[in-house]
Design a protein around this ligand. Structure first.
Ligand SMILES: C[S@@+](CC[C@H](N)C(=O)[O-])C[C@H]1O[C@@H](n2cnc3c(N)ncnc32)[C@H](O)[C@@H]1O
Length: 442
């Protein structure tokens, strides 16, 4: 609210200054001409001349009045225009400042008790705007080097989502499992959204496999189930379940897949431990999630903290952690081997602004859905604003796109959970992403 107050104060100041510094209008010039001599000292020379004549003769001659009018008309017209323009600029600036202050005020903070995550996804699912723009996927897209060179916005935004899944399968070793004849039979999709990835995996793996998607949003389960039915995909099913208290027995799944759900977890350790618990020994876990940069050696500045606070509290995120911290948590389970991480910021960052661009290029995909629901218009603008602020945070290196993978150790190899390693293995793809001082070029 502080921002809004400041903005309103700034606007009032602007409006006041527009009034104070703008030259007098013609009407006011004429009025001033009839005022006592002391008040009329600052007039134009023609007015002064008329006043002097009146003082001398006791009357104002018609001739001198006409001359005064003729001289002051162009200046009067100009000053009127300038005054109106200045007021218009001040008013527009005022509106922009107020709107910006309201956009900068995060409005959807995380609250576990109130299930804000489930409620927000229910709302996104019901209004359908996200589905119109991103298709069946609620995650960033993948843009390879050539596509980035050609211009990321030229890529089909929904294809970028599918490419992301393909790259994640490849990187996570799922393709290796398939190639070696050990295609995962039981797959868990943790935080499945409306099930785009679950259905894609189910189709790729075939009837011999089953994919289970869990989410906190009942509406997403409904939509995901309906889409699976429509597409006649019988080996994907969906249920409402909390990833931090899963009802599955230990060692249930050959593959645990978590794409952009970690952001919403209030307890990242429990998140990693629960996923490890339900993973079968020898099974693979692969996680993609938004991370904040490691702040151990370089703590966040107050400005960075404010930016992070906005990103936490606009889209119901309790907090983020770094890629390194995820690796430590995975190592800390004492049950995972071959832990490896990567930062896919470069490959995914175009998604943010690409989404905004889609909204501008194809307004018919969201305007009819908003209709006369003004609250939904506002929510959609807020989402666009958050997309831009996410883009900036990733571009500045404040946020990173974390990829983590590991294999669960077989029982005889299990060991005591070690003290978390100081540094965890980390790989980057491409090798050195340095956000540098300026924004990343699309
Ligand atoms: C950004 S969406 C990702 C959706 C999906 N993975 C995809 O790629 O399309 C985040 C999902 O995580 C789910 N989620 C968040 N916290 C969860 C929790 N504690 N338990 C289960 N699901 C959760 C949300 O309900 C939502 O479906």
């Amino acid at each position: 609210m502080l921002h809004a107050h400041r903005a309103v104060a700034a606007c009032l100041l602007l409006l006041a200054s527009a009034q104070a510094f703008v030259p007098l209008s013609p009407a006011r010039t004429q009025l001033a001409a009839a005022a006592p001599p002391a008040a009329s000292r600052a007039f134009t020379s023609s007015n002064q001349h008329a006043v002097a004549e009146r003082d001398a003769q006791g009357t104002v001659s018609m001739a001198s009045r006409s001359a005064a009018l003729a001289f002051s008309l162009p200046a009067a017209l100009t000053s009127s225009f300038t005054r109106r323009a200045a007021i218009a600029v001040a008013a527009t600036t005022a509106v922009v400042l107020v709107v910006k202050a309201l956009l900068d005020k995060p409005s959807r903070p995380y609250d576990r008790e109130a299930n804000t995550v489930g409620n927000e996804y229910d709302a996104w699912c019901e209004d359908g705007i996200l589905e119109q723009v991103w298709g069946e996927h609620i995650h960033l897209g993948y843009y390879d080097t050539d596509e980035r060179k050609r211009g990321s916005f030229r890529k089909d935004i929904i294809q970028a989502k599918y490419d992301f899944i393909d790259k994640m399968m490849q990187w996570g070793g799922v393709n290796d499992m398939i190639r070696s004849g050990h295609a995962p039979k039981k797959v868990l999709d943790v935080g499945c959204g409306i099930g785009g990835t679950s259905r894609y995996l189910a189709t790729k793996l075939g009837e011999g496999s089953e994919v289970v998607g869990i989410t906190l949003s009942p509406k997403q389960v409904e939509r995901a189930t309906q889409l699976a039915r429509d597409r006649k995909i019988g080996n994907a099913r969906f249920t409402v379940m909390d990833a931090l208290a899963m009802e599955f027995p230990d060692d249930s799944f050959d593959l645990v897949w978590a794409c952009e759900s970690g952001e919403h977890m209030p307890d990242k350790r429990l998140y990693v431990e629960e996923m490890t618990r339900v993973l079968k020994p020898g099974g693979r876990i692969v996680i993609a999630t938004w991370c904040q940069r490691d702040d151990h050696e370089r703590p966040f500045t107050p400005r960075e903290e404010r930016k992070l606070d906005f990103l936490y509290s606009e889209w119901t995120h309790p907090h983020f952690i770094s890629i390194q911290d995820y690796a430590k948590l995975m190592d800390g389970t004492g049950q995972l081997d071959n832990i490896s991480t990567a930062d896919w910021t470069v490959q995914t960052i175009a998604s943010w602004r690409h989404t905004i661009w889609m909204g501008i290029k194809c307004p018919w995909i969201w305007i009819p859905r908003c209709g006369l629901r003004w609250a939904l218009w506002w929510k959609t603008f807020k989402d666009a604003w958050c997309l831009e602020r996410m883009s900036q945070a990733f571009s500045a290196g404040l946020m990173e796109y974390g990829m983590m993978k590991a294999i669960k150790r077989k029982p005889k190899e299990a060991r005591e959970a070690p003290a978390p390693a100081e540094t965890a293995p980390r790989e980057r793809d491409p090798p050195a992403f340095n956000p540098g001082p300026g924004p990343i070029q699309q």
